[in-house]
Write a protein that binds this ligand. Structure first.
Ligand code: NAD
Length: 264
């Protein structure tokens, strides 16, 4: 049979920036897009780990993968990573705004204002700035897309992580507005990610006992996700297979409508 249903999921000829791709979900996305044929730049606060992860992906996939230090809350650092990617790859067809995180709040009724501002800068404004810095190159590319790592917590009550959840909710709005602003030029989508337990959970104040409870979530599948579950959806949204998909939030969280809060 000559028809190959996977052909449109290939990323050959695509040039990608993935923010926060040095580890966990972002690294899974970088590995998957590279293996599908893309050239990938990992832009991460941890430049050393970004370079190490990229070298491992390049060895494993035989494709071009680079890593460099970039703080996505710093406009100069964003400009530097965009310039380096264009110099190295000749353009940018695909942006994955994957950076994001926030801690658990001990007292959701007394959250310092700074927490909201910090979260908004990291989870929302960074994606806007990255998108605008890449735009001149995206506009020239075939199958150009921006895809965000959103959160299921943005769409359900999530008072334990309010600054994070509200900033991710703002990201959803920004995604749909940018999809309309950039219509016919750049596709823009978000994946609403559910629980994918990583080493970062401890830093976010989630105790081993809470993590144990989260191993048995109230989703329709019954267990947390893997970085690869997110990477699989990301490959679809970035690839020509999703050329008729824009302005969408796609839930990849094990299904269901219950968010499991951390407990008090
Ligand atoms: N893990 C989950 O359960 C989960 C659930 C819902 C949504 N998400 C979202 O998915 C994305 C990835 O999550 P993860 O769990 O893999 O995150 P992670 O914390 O494990 O990794 C994030 C990466 O981003 C980098 N980073 C942090 N701040 C940065 C900055 N200012 N500039 C550049 N890089 C920076 C870190 O160095 C790290 O390598 C995030 O947007 C997160 O909000 C994750």
């Amino acid at each position: 049979m000559s028809f190959d249903p996977f052909a449109e999921f290939r990323m050959d000829g695509h040039t990608v920036i993935i923010t926060g791709g040095a580890q966990n979900i972002g690294a899974g996305i970088a590995r998957t897009l590279c293996a599908a044929g893309a050239k990938v730049m990992i832009a991460d606060l941890n430049g050393e780990l970004a370079a190490e992860t990229a070298a491992g992906i390049a060895r494993e996939t035989g494709q071009v993968c680079r890593g460099m230090a970039c703080d996505v809350t710093d406009k100069d650092a964003i400009d530097a990573v965009v310039a380096a990617t264009v110099k190295e790859f000749g353009g940018i067809s695909t942006l994955v705004n994957n950076v994001g995180w926030g801690g658990r709040q001990d007292d959701p009724a007394a959250i310092p204002e700074d927490e909201f501002v910090r979260s908004y800068k990291l989870n929302t404004i960074s994606a806007y700035r990255m998108s605008m810095a890449c735009l001149p190159y995206l506009e020239k590319a075939q199958n150009a897309s921006i895809t965000n790592s959103g959160s299921f917590s943005s769409a359900v009550p999530a008072y334990d992580i309010l600054p994070y959840a509200t900033a991710k909710a703002a990201l959803n709005q920004m995604m749909v507005s940018l999809a309309h602003l950039l219509n016919k030029k750049v596709r823009v989508n978000s994946i609403l990610i559910g629980t994918v337990i990583t080493a970062g959970y401890a830093d976010a104040g989630i105790t081993p006992e809470m993590q144990e409870r989260m191993m048995h979530p109230d989703n329709l599948i019954g267990h947390p996700g893997r970085p690869q579950d997110i990477a699989n959806a990301m490959l679809w949204l970035c690839s020509p297979a999703a050329q008729w998909v824009s302005g969408q939030t796609i839930n990849v969280h094990g299904g269901g409508s219950v968010v499991r809060l951390f407990g008090r």
